[in-house]
Structures are given as structure tokens and as C-alpha cells.
Design a protein around this ligand. Structure first.
Ligand code: AMP
Ligand code: GLY
Length: 421
């Protein structure tokens, strides 16, 4: 199949890697991509957030399937534009992507579908802010309503900081003040064709910049899959996944279909698990990054079959995705200064040595090639992925890879998936 992947991160590298691993001879094009992805795919320049430009490219290439990686193109209507040209596309249209594009919209859908989530107050003016903060109390959770590239959420016990964050984001649009939810976070992905939902295997993301969950929130500094500890509360991973499917994913997909905005694509359920209770923290309308880099290497079913069936409304005939019993751990290497103003241009070496390791590979998020050398061109730059029989073995493999990479000024966490049982 000729497949066009829209986006440029380590997630898109992982998606291309999975398609290539099928050994089915797919022709892969990533637009705009990043240098490292050329290992599996041809790169094409495109303005990824421009619906007409992406649709034009898909037509020109004769793409048989388009997979949209990031949220911004989805919220901009890229999937709608491609679908209008008669090309199967994995990714929701603009209206359904509002599940990620507007936190207030997501709350409304959850309320209508009876899905458990934190109580939230929709704040539209500075005058309404104090009453909202009083109603939830400390710790305060303040969220920008719209897309904010991981910078819109502040969780703090400091009321002045909560107020300042809310006032800053009120200049852009509404703000949500939400009840604090304690517990462990789980990311669980569902593939949907608008009606049927099929689960992938759960992962956990490490959102804070520094070890011990210190420092600012980021797009994600590492992840692992599966989550062996789910069995203690839910009996098994399967029982957990089924509970999320039944109480969260299926009702939300049904609600969107009933409103005439069917969700075709990847429903990312960001959950908090407390004992045997499950609460939704957020939805995303696309594969998570870096979770995808640890979930897809464990997928043993062909990814293209799943995504194409979703795109054409034929998931009912597809077996549930299967996963290896082994584990994957991903460690993100980011440029100095990330998540604020990253310092670009560091030369990266040692990647050939990592390639020689049997259980490690590297997904590129932001690299360019200068001569034969990779150069960092963004905030998050690489995800080093280790595979193993269990989380500990996978973690050892990942850090063995990290240790071989020379990347001046790079930041990474040393405690990704540490002590997980
Ligand atoms: P979000 O962009 O909604 O995923 O929020 C980013 C991160 O902020 C989440 O992964 C959580 O770690 C944290 N967070 C968001 N909402 C809450 C909440 N209601 N209670 C506690 N932590 C939260
Ligand atoms: N890892 C969090 C996200 O993809 O939004």
C-alpha cells in the first residue's frame, strides 16, 4: 500500500517503523518528516497544518491511506480535506478532533456520555476566577481550553501561580479550573472507525522534565508498556482495558456518532487510576508521543490493516490487536533549554553504535543531516527505545542505548520505568 504519514516527530518515525516491520512492501512517505525517518520512508515537504496542501499532496502521490500524526493538522481540518478527495484517512475530522482541541467540548461530551471525569468550572472572565479556585480548592489544576503544545496545564498548590497562569491563558480563550485527581496515570489508545472501538495496550508517560517527577510539564520525557501493576487492582491488563472500553471509549465514540461527528482515528484516553476506579484526565485525538514509541513495537498485528479498516469503516471485520508479552521502554533525549526555548544545533554521534545493539532502536523527533552527522533541530530530539522480556530488561536496554549517544547539552530522565513491577 502507498501510505502517506503526516507529521514529523518520533511518533511518526515509530508509525513508519511499524508499517515497515510488516514486511508487506508498503511504499511509505512522511510529510514533512525529519531526517531520521528517511530510514523507512521518503520525505516530502508540506505545510502539515494546511488542509488544501496536504490533500493536494495525497492526490499527487496517489496515496491509498493517509495517517495524520499530530493534533494541529486534525484540528485545522486536514482529515476532512483528504476525505473529501476520496482518500481513506486515519484521523478525525475537525469537529470530532475538538475532543482534543477544546477541553470544554470534551467535558460536554463526557457529561452527555456519562463518562467519569474531574469536575471542572469553565472560566471565561478574570472576575469568575476566584470563585472557581475556591470551589475546587488546592492543589489547583488550571487548563487552557485550546491546544497549547503541553504548556496549557498547571497543577500547583500556589494560588498566586494558579491565578497568574489562568489570567495569562484567558487572553487566548476560556480556561478550565478542575478538581485535582490523585493516582497513577495511564494512557490507553483505541482505534475507532466511528462505531467499533479496538484497544491497544496501555502505556505510562512521564510528563515532568526531571527525575522524581520534578520540573515543568513537557510533551513527555519517556514511557513504558505494558503496565504490570494494573493486574494488582484489576485482575489483569485485559480486565482493565475492557473496563475502559466499556465505561469510557465506547460511550464517547457513540456520543460523537450520535451528534453527527463520528470519530475515525485514534482515541487517546488519558486516565487516572486510583484503586480500581478510573477517571478521565484528558482525551487526545491522535497517537501519544512518546507512548506510541513503546506501544507499537509490541504490536504483533499488522498496523496498516487496523488503520486502513478504521479509515474505511470496516473495523468490525478485523481481529482485536495482539501484543507481544515483552516490554518496551522509551527514553526521550531533549535539547538544552527544553521545554522553554530549546538550544538547537547540537551534533549527535553514537547512533551507529546504538544500531548495533539487538534490542534498541532510536526514533527521531527533530533531526537534520549535516554531511553524515545528525544535528538536533527541535526540543524533543530522540526517543531511545529498548525492548526486553520484562520492563526491567527493556529499561536496561534503553539506557544502554542512551549511554552510547553523545549529544552535548542533552537532557534526559534517568528514572523512566524505574522500579516498575
Ligand atoms: P493534560 O494536558 O490535560 O493531559 O494535563 C497534563 C498533565 O497535567 C496530566 O498528564 C497530569 O499529570 C496533570 N493533570 C491534568 N489534569 C489533572 C487533574 N485534574 N488532577 C491532577 N493532575 C492533572
Ligand atoms: N504524551 C502525551 C501526549 O502525547 O499528549
Amino acid at each position: 500500500m502507498r501510505i502517506l504519514i503526516v507529521g514529523s516527530g518520533a511518533r511518526e518515525h515509530a508509525i513508519a517503523r511499524s508499517f515497515a516491520a510488516e514486511g508487506a512492501g508498503h511504499e511509505l512517505i512522511v510529510a514533512p518528516g525529519t531526517a531520521g525517518i528517511a530510514e523507512f520512508a521518503r520525505l516530502e515537504p508540506v505545510a502539515a497544518n494546511d488542509p488544501a496542501a496536504v490533500a493536494e499532496l495525497a492526490v499527487r502521490l496517489g496515496a491509498e491511506l493517509v495517517v495524520v500524526g499530530p493534533e494541529a493538522p486534525l484540528v485545522a481540518g486536514v482529515a476532512d480535506a483528504v476525505r473529501e478527495r476520496g482518500i481513506p484517512v486515519f484521523g478525525p475530522g475537525r469537529e470530532a478532533a475538538a475532543l482534543e482541541g477544546s477541553k470544554a467540548f470534551a467535558k460536554r461530551i463526557m457529561a452527555a456520555a456519562g463518562v467519569p471525569t474531574g469536575r471542572a468550572v469553565d472560566v471565561r472572565t478574570a472576575g469568575a476566577l476566584d470563585a472557581a479556585l475556591d470551589s475546587t480548592g488546592s492543589p489547583y489544576v488550571v487548563k487552557a481550553d485550546g491546544l497549547a503544545a503541553g504548556k496549557g496545564v498547571l497543577v500547583t498548590g500556589d494560588r498566586d501561580a494558579a491565578r497568574a497562569h489562568a489570567l495569562q491563558w484567558l487572553e487566548e480563550g476560556p480556561v478550565l479550573v478542575e478538581e485535582f485527581l490523585g493516582g497513577r496515570e495511564v494512557s490507553l489508545f483505541f482505534i475507532s472507525d466511528g462505531g467499533v472501538v479496538l484497544p491497544l495496550s496501555p502505556a505510562q508517560d512521564f510528563k515532568r522534565l526531571r527525575d522524581g517527577d520534578a520540573g515543568p510539564n513537557t510533551g513527555g520525557m519517556g514511557a513504558y508498556s505494558p503496565l504490570p501493576w494494573l493486574a494488582a487492582s484489576f485482575g489483569s491488563e485485559d480486565a482493565f482495558v475492557e473496563q475502559v472500553r466499556e465505561t469510557v471509549a465506547a460511550p464517547v465514540i457513540a456520543q460523537l456518532a450520535a451528534e453527527g461527528t463520528p470519530f475515525v482515528g485514534l482515541l487517546y484516553c488519558g486516565l487516572v487510576v486510583d484503586g480500581s476506579g478510573i477517571t478521565v484526565i484528558e482525551f487526545n485525538a491522535r497517537f501519544g508521543d512518546p507512548e506510541t514509541q513503546v506501544v507499537l513495537p509490541r504490536l504483533t498485528s499488522p498496523l496498516s490493516v487496523l488503520l486502513q479498516a478504521a479509515a474505511i469503516g470496516a473495523l468490525a471485520g478485523v481481529p482485536a490487536p495482539a501484543f507481544s508479552a515483552g516490554a518496551a521502554v522509551g527514553v526521550v533525549l531533549a535539547s538544552a533549554g527544553y521545554p522553554g526555548d530549546p538550544v538547537l544545533g547540537a551534533s549527535i554521534s553514537g547512533l551507529d553504535e546504538v544500531d548495533a545493539l539487538p534490542s534498541v532502536h532510536v526514533d527521531h523527533a527533530a533531526t537534520t543531516l549535516d554531511g553524515g552527522t545528525f544535528v538536533a533541530s527541535g526540543g524533543r530530539v530522540l526517543t531511545v527505545v529498548g525492548l526486553g522480556a520484562d520492563v526491567e530488561a527493556a529499561r536496561d536496554a534503553a539506557y544502554q542505548g542512551v549511554d552510547l549517544i553523545r549529544f552535548p547539552g542533552a537532557q534526559h530522565r534517568t528514572d523512566i520505568a524505574a522500579g516498575i513491577r
